[in-house]
Design a protein around this ligand. Structure first.
Ligand code: COA
Length: 470
């Protein structure tokens, strides 16, 4: 569970509704038009590294239908998924058309048109403390064929993506990981967790307040219009959440394959506040054996206000003829136990290091967020890959706003922290205290009591959380 003495500096807290700052730098690249992630040239270093193994590193054209379909096959195989159906291919094609998609090809393989490795990436906002957003580069679909593993292909792809992220002007790169042992070597660190919440229905007696609005059943297709705006506001209030791509809501609402078995059991509800404004929604399904009570599961509860969050939780856990409720990818810091007479009705399991963050530009990244208290720290950052190496003075004013400048020599004097790029990524969103990493001998304070200040400065008013896989 998160530290109980997380700094709650109400004077500096930004309103829940403060909107995410758009990805200004990324948008500027194309003269104010949305940035096209394919406009960056193919990274020559990754290309040369792969060529040394007789492999070709290719940036895919979304209009190359056959090439994209072969890439989608390879990506599904890489993640040990079944062969995609037509509806899945159509969905994957539409998602990939918004991204920068690379494949690695082996001209000597029996199927040379099918890539032996895949990766995709796109520029997007990452929510940071203070209801703000930083320009980030999301990396996904990293697979290497089992016929070509452990010869440095993933390394070439990842180093290529870090170069692409820098070329796009992103201050951080980020991903969700299948295994926790892969990405640390590239400077990524776990920064926002997710957990499974299970609720024992028989023990749920709600003692929290009633929300002033109403929960309505709605057709999933009717949520299409309201959902993106609600999701945007929900994302803005939680550090660690990323901007949604078009299509992810369609998938959650069962609209990608509405007649599929999974989708047919999805029910959708929306919470409207006392003024009739839509402030939240959830998509859930109940599974049950004949003559047995059901079990309710959901992966999607999106709330732009605390009222909406409470009302939707209450709706979901107070179903009759249901024995339990399970929700995946929830925060490790849900208010739910505090809303029930018996907090032990709620179990938090499968706590996962969900979002991995890699800081590429410490000045931009540290400037983007707000801080828990004022103060000055010199951060001496090491980075084997060189992107973020250096000393930076972080000066935070009494409104939680930061100025960050590179410093050298005697200018770099003053209390601070010595830390690696992974440690900076871990503390960045406020989910891990600097003092905890000091206890693990991963951060060193350069003057006594600096860690006390650093803990207070890096604290976030809300526990970081990411509620999707990407
Ligand atoms: C994970 C995966 C992409 C690695 O590909 P790869 O080309 O074999 O990796 P590389 O040869 O480039 O290895 C790079 C480094 O990572 C290490 N590594 C690779 N896979 C690893 C794993 N699963 N666990 C621990 N370390 C791993 C290598 O030992 C190597 O270390 P080094 O550079 O410090 O010597 C590949 O195994 C794969 O496709 N797995 C299935 C899909 C998946 O899990 N993708 C990750 C999505 S988040």
């Amino acid at each position: 569970m998160p530290p109980v003495d997380r700094v709650l500096d109400l004077g500096k807290r930004l309103p829940d509704h403060s909107s995410i700052v758009p990805s200004i730098r990324l948008a500027r690249y194309a003269g104010g038009m949305p940035f096209d992630p394919r406009s960056i040239p193919v990274d020559p270093v990754a290309s040369a590294a792969l060529a040394r193994h007789g492999l070709e590193y290719r940036l895919l054209d979304p209009d190359d239908h056959a090439g994209m379909l072969a890439w989608i096959e390879a990506e599904n195989r890489g993640f040990h998924h079944g062969r995609p159906r037509d509806v899945d291919r159509d969905y994957d094609l539409s998602v990939a058309s918004e991204r920068r998609v690379h494949g690695v090809y082996d001209p000597t393989a029996a199927q040379p048109e099918t890539p032996v490795a895949t990766v995709d990436a796109w520029p997007t906002g990452l929510s940071v403390p203070g209801g703000r957003s930083v320009d980030a580069w999301a990396v996904s679909a990293v697979t290497v064929s089992p016929t070509h593993r452990r010869r440095g292909i993933a390394r070439a792809l990842m180093e290529g993506e870090l170069a692409n992220a820098r070329a796009a002007g992103a201050a951080v790169a980020m991903l969700t990981a299948t295994e926790a042992t892969i990405y640390g070597r590239f400077g990524f660190a776990p920064a926002a967790k997710a957990a499974t919440i299970t609720v024992d229905r028989r023990r749920t007696h709600w003692v929290g307040p009633d929300a002033p609005g109403r929960v309505h059943f709605v057709a999933a297709s009717d949520l299409r219009e309201a959902a993106p705006a609600i999701a945007r506001r929900a994302v803005a209030r939680t550090p660690g959440e990323i901007d949604r791509w078009p299509g992810i809501l369609d998938r959650a609402l069962g609209l990608v394959d509405p007649d599929g078995d999974g989708a047919r059991s999805i029910r959708a509800v929306r919470y409207d506040d006392e003024h009739g404004q839509a402030q939240g929604f959830a998509a859930y399904r109940i599974t049950r054996e004949p003559n047995q009570p059901g079990f309710l599961e959901f992966d999607f509860l999106v709330a732009a206000t605390d009222d909406a969050e409470r009302a939707l939780w209450r709706f979901l856990i107070e179903q009759d003829f249901v024995t339990g409720v399970r929700a995946r990818l929830r925060s490790v810091d849900e208010p739910l136990p505090w809303l029930l007479e018996d907090p032990r009705a709620v179990s938090v399991t499968d706590v996962d290091d969900h979002l991995w963050v890699r800081i590429l530009d410490p000045i931009e990244a540290l400037r983007a967020r707000r801080y828990g208290t004022s103060g000055t720290l010199v951060l001496d950052v090491s980075d084997v890959l060189g992107h973020a190496r250096g000393r930076f003075r972080l000066t935070v004013d009494d409104r939680g706003r930061a100025e960050v400048e590179p410093v050298e020599g005697t200018d770099a004097a003053g209390p601070g922290l010595r830390l690696g790029i992974q440690e900076l990524g871990a503390i960045y969103l406020g989910g891990v205290r600097p003092s905890l990493l000091a206890r693990a001998a991963r951060i060193t304070e350069t003057a006594p009591r600096t860690l006390v200040l650093a803990d207070r400065m890096f604290a976030s008013e809300r526990t970081p959380h990411l509620s999707i896989w990407f």
